[in-house]
Each structure stands twice: as C-alpha cells, then as structure tokens.
Design a protein around this ligand. Structure first.
Ligand code: PHE
Length: 345
C-alpha cells in the first residue's frame, strides 16, 4: 500500500475506534466509503496513472476498501451489543421494590341487599326475572290493571319518553311480562329486582331513581297466609330472627285485597324506640293477592288459581339495616360512604 493509503487506513482505524455509537460510526462510513469519501477519492486518481500501474493500484484500493468495511462491520457489532446491554440494564425491573397498592372496590350496599334477597328466594325455589328499564306503558300500567285515565296513575309520577314508552315506575312491569310469558302455565314463583324511576324531588327519603324487588307467586290455593309466612321469613332473614309482620289494609290496583306491611322493629324488638317512633313497628313494603282481573288479562283462570305479590324498596331495607339516614347517599358516589360497606361482610 502506498503511503497515502496507509495514512487513509490509519485515519479510518482511529475514527472507527473512536466512534461512540452507531450514528457516529455511520458518519465514519460515509466519510471513508461514501461517494465523496476518502477511498473513492483514491479511486478517482486512477485516471492519472499509466495503464501498467492501474491494475495494481486498483487492487490496493480495493484491499483498503475491504479492510475499512470489515473494521466498520466489527465495530458495528460491538456497538450493537453494547447498546443492547445498556438497554437491558436500564430496563431492569427491581422485583424487590414494594408494588403499587391496588385499591379493591366494594359491592354497592343496594346490590348487597339485592344479592341477599336473591340468595334467600333462590333457596326457596324462586327464579330471578329480568326486564327492561325503558318499558312500555302496556306492561307498566295496562296489564297491571291501571288503564289510561285511571287515578292510580297519579300515584306514580312517571317519566314518559313518548305516550307509550316510559321509565318503569315499579318492578310490577316485570311481573306482568312474566305472567304474560307463562301463557297460563302454573306454578309461577319469581322475584324481579331492579331499578325504577319516578318524578320525585330528591330529598332525604325520596329519590327519582330507586330500587325495588318484587315477588310473585301464582298457583292453586295460594292464600294471604302464604304471603304472611313468606314475608315473615324474609323479614327475619334481613333484620334478624324472630321478626313479626303485620298487615294493614291498603290499595294497589293490581292486588285485591292489598296490604301495607309492617315489620316488628328490629332496634327495640317491638318495645318502641326513636326509629319506630314509639310504635314498635316499621313499614317496609306493599303487597296483596294478585287481582283476579290481572290474572284474567294475562291468560289465567282466576277461578282455578290465585297468587300473592309484594314489592319492597331496597333503599328502605338498606337504610334500616345499616342505619343510613339519607337516601341520597346511595347515589352520590362518595367513596368514603361506599367504602364502609366491606365486600367481605
Ligand atoms: N308496585 C307497588 C309499588 O311500587 C308495590 C307492590 C308490589 C304492591 C306488589 C303490591 C304488590 O308501590
């Protein structure tokens, strides 16, 4: 190799050696092997040589080019490996560090009550029915013996979507769907829990959205006594053993007779306290025997079968059970309130 070539090679070696990273090395490659690079410049000198000198010179420049390329390749491998090691070191996970604390949610108190009721009634052979919250007037009112212009419609201030579509005002709408679906087949034994809506002004005891769980049993020889026994069992399961229930006459268009149901106060055991306002009884739900007209409209022979129905408000149960004094707590999503209901209770 000529002195000039030796010099180019020495410069290239040093530059390759000093390249700190792949980018730097790429610059070196361009500087020596690129179109305007030093090696190419040597090639360009060929035209000044005699014909005899050309082959030997060309061979040497090619050797130089080969040598520089080889060294660049080696350096490239070396830098790539280094880069990978550095990346691995920086991305290393320290498994001895304490992990981030993941907050566990809790089950909403109303859902807890719903689940307790579902367990209770599934255990007695009931099934759990479901239905839409956006409901037809037909199921919410007509089939429940509340035709248009019936004064009972005023009892339930309704959110209408159009004249025939509404947000269901009671879970009775699901009962009607189930009765219709049964096509006269007995027996029927179900509960239907779910959200309902009424145009109430929200305050400590009213909410425009709330939850109900309704029960329905239709069969042969079903009596008011069956309803009473079932409700006593439910009240004892929800509020502690030994609860008694009492019936007071009431009115619902879809039941006859209709009753308002009180449970003996779980706080004073019926003696009288501030919760039951000294009476020893707390009102918890509405119920009754399914109105014969409702049975007939849904395709049942009211001479051959009878049924009872009840509807309980889940907020009311939860408020009594957990001593909550404002219904709005269930809907304002304040985590401090919700977290007090441990999921393992
Ligand atoms: N649907 C009634 C209400 O929302 C409750 C009820 C259900 C009463 C079943 C009797 C029988 O107030």
């Amino acid at each position: 190799m000529s002195d000039v070539m030796e010099q180019v090679l020495a410069e290239a070696r040093a530059a390759i050696e000093n390249a700190a990273d792949l980018d730097g090395l790429n610059h070196v490659r361009i500087q020596f092997l690129g179109k305007k690079g030093s090696v190419q410049a040597l090639m360009a000198q060929m035209k000044n040589l005699s014909r005899e000198e050309k082959p030997a010179f060309g061979q040497k420049v090619n050797e130089l080019k080969g040598e520089v390329s080889r060294r660049i390749e080696e350096k490239q491998k070396e830098l790539a490996e280094l880069g990978q090691k550095a990346r691995m070191a920086s991305e290393k996970i320290d498994i001895t560090l304490p992990g981030d604390c993941m907050e566990l949610g809790t089950i909403h108190p109303l859902i807890m009550i719903q689940q307790q009721l579902e367990d209770l009634f599934l255990g007695m052979g009931y099934k759990v029915a479901e239905g839409p919250e956006v409901e037809q007037d037909y199921y919410n009112f007509e089939l429940a013996n509340i035709p248009k212009d019936h004064p009972a419609r005023d009892m339930q201030d309704t959110f209408y979507i159009d004249p025939n579509t509404l947000l269901r005002t009671h879970t009775t709408a699901m009962q009607m769907r189930e009765l219709e679906k049964a096509e006269g087949q007995l027996p029927i034994k179900l509960i239907c829990p779910g959200k309902v809506y009424r145009r109430d002004d929200d305050d400590a005891t009213h909410s425009h959205q709330f939850m109900q769980c309704e029960g329905l049993v239709v069969g042969e020889h079903i009596t008011l006594a069956d309803l009473k026994g079932t409700l006593e069992y439910m009240a004892s399961a929800m509020f502690g053993s030994g609860r008694k229930v009492r019936f007071r006459p009431s009115y619902f268009p879809f039941t006859e007779p209709s009753v308002e149901v009180d449970v003996s106060c779980p706080f004073c055991n019926g003696k009288g306290c501030s919760v039951c306002k000294g009476s020893g009884w707390i009102e918890i739900l509405g119920a009754g025997m399914v109105h014969p007209h409702v049975l007939e409209m849904n395709g049942f022979d009211s001479e051959k079968c009878s049924g009872f129905a009840f509807g309980v408000g889940l907020e009311r149960v939860a408020m009594l059970k957990y001593g909550i004094d404002d219904i709005r707590n269930f809907y304002t999503n304040d985590l401090r309130f919700l977290k007090t209901f441990n999921r393992f209770d």
